[in-house]
Ligand binder design. Sequence first.
Ligand code: FMN
Length: 162
Amino acid sequence: MSYEAETVFEENEDPTVADGLHRMIYLSTAERDPGHDELRNLYDLARRNNERDGITGLTAYHDYSYIQVLEGPRHKVEACFERIKDNAMHHNFFVVSAEDVEERIFDSYSMAFVPLAEDMPEAQQNFLDLRELKESPKMQQAEADSVVANFIEAFIDSIRGL
Ligand SMILES: Cc1cc2nc3c(=O)[nH]c(=O)nc-3n(C[C@H](O)[C@H](O)[C@H](O)COP(=O)(O)O)c2cc1C
């Protein structure tokens, strides 16, 4: 399994422009606490699909809560969200915002959660340790949009003892 960084969309060759760029932010409640293997498998699947669909963003998980930012061609983002809602791993969806935007703020798709100690060597650029997210380059990208940045920070700050 590889957690290398992958496709980076340069603004001038971004394939999304024709379809309209869309950004969606939601949170959901986990059906059960997913194991780390389950989260890794989810990350691999989502990353593969999202690369194919030109979707970038971030999923973070902690203590029965997921948050996710998806950005990409509007129809791809909407189709992705339909598949996400169909997934029995979570329920209780709350869409924080869904809007057409001018630019992406994330250059790739990544996932953050608190890894087990033995997972640490594998935690790389696109597979992030939630405890380090605030200081990471991903957060600098998120800060390009105050709604996204505030939302992610609020999620991190809501976690006691992180
Ligand atoms: C919290 C959460 C986030 C997910 N994020 C994505 C995602 O960003 N992209 C994606 O394709 N699937 C995502 N999924 C998985 C989808 O629900 C679904 O299982 C997957 O898209 C089906 O892929 P397939 O048609 O290639 O089998 C997510 C699932 C969960 C529970």
